[in-house]
Write a protein that binds this ligand. Sequence first.
Ligand code: PLP
Length: 474
Amino acid sequence: MQYLSTRGHPDRKRFCDILLEGLAPDGGLYLPEHYPQIDAARLAQLRVVYRDQGYAALAFEILSLYIDDIPSADLRALCDKTYTAEVFGTREIVPLRRLEGVLHIEALSNGPTLAFKDMAMQLLGNLFEYELARRGEELNILGATSGDTGSAAEYAMRGKKGVRVFMTSPHGRMSPFQQAQMFSLQDANIHNLAIDGVFDDCQDIVKAVSNDHAFKAKYKIGTVNSINWARLLAQVVYYFAGYIQATQSNDQKVSFTVPSGNFGNICAGHVARQMGLPIARLIVATNENDVLDEFFRTGVYQVRGAANTYETSSPSMDISKASNFERFVFDLVGRDGARTKALFADGVGQAGKFDLSADPAFQGLSARYGFASGSSSHADRLATIRDTYERFGQIIDTHTADGVKVARAHLGAEPMIVLETALPIKFADTIEEALGRAPERPAKFEGIEQLPKRVQRLPADAEQVKAYIAAHCD
Ligand SMILES: *Cc1c(COP(=O)(O)O)cnc(C)c1O
């Protein structure tokens, strides 16, 4: 399998080359040259594989279609090591539960940090360690986080050989639970940097360090952000697992509703659908930051700046420029790299928007690609959390509540699967506001706020962050 850039660069690459890279050289995102097709007979086999051998075996089957530069036995071992009942809590790894009628929830958040990002990041940690050892290289991951991504990255990379993590976060601005999750890690290769500033200051520091090309090369600086193809690929697997659990035969279709921010999660659903998985519809659920909902309703994609991005009670979706969206648009415009480049480099990059409302491609959005969308507000979120608790005795997190709210507006005859993107304990304040009671805390997180913390506080100054990195790479 070869990979190409969404902006038309002529080079083609293999999986392990793009694994450790970010953007393509022309600023585009990597995608496979084609989507391998799963026909009915193959899907029937995958059903048996998941049932008899489990999720790791299913992951191996899907990943093998896209990765041909890691020997099969090694790839199988990496999947087996990643997707275990010890790490993810159940044999199914992503168990499906029914709320009522056709409405289901697929649990993706029982990994180490209680958010779905573990599903991909845990695999990425093992892939990085494997590939770096094979090349005899090292990598220093520099990131900025306001919560989920940073902790998922740290739990995936802790103790991994050849990898160090330097994770900046805004000092005093994460929830006590999130701080405790990250700062209680005592692994020598994990460095928490609490920056005196806001999240944007942290992002600016990461950009400034990455733009210092000499420093970046000397200290092997890399990232684990959501545009990484390996992360997206790992997420394709649980669409298959969700489909298999919700159906008895391959004649059936299902729909998915996905709480969305950077469009990574639902883009994996798009890939699964393009491979031939019988998905009727893919529903994008946003919160008050509804840039994506606006596009799917009107054909106008208009990104917003920090000043027009609201802080909401589903904070991991407070995104007004979806970094993976370009992948889908590339497919939508018939894989035309020049066109995609014009839309994103000139359109979004300069004017901050593009408009496909009059384009025939936009008309195919729902008919050809199955997409629909909806948005949810704080009041919707509270009402949905309350209703789900009162009628089914289940507490769902705020992001999943956005999904359930939007899914209810799109129910049809086929099973509707809402992806559960986090557990409620991560957003306890809003749960208290909705229910007047705190969500349960998984036993392994009992008392983590009292554990010793490992964190370095630094001013919002890229030079001081560089000095810290230099001093901690021996
Ligand atoms: C990251 C995240 C999302 C958004 O996922 P994208 O892949 O960015 O669309 C939704 N919910 C939670 C809890 C998250 O952590």
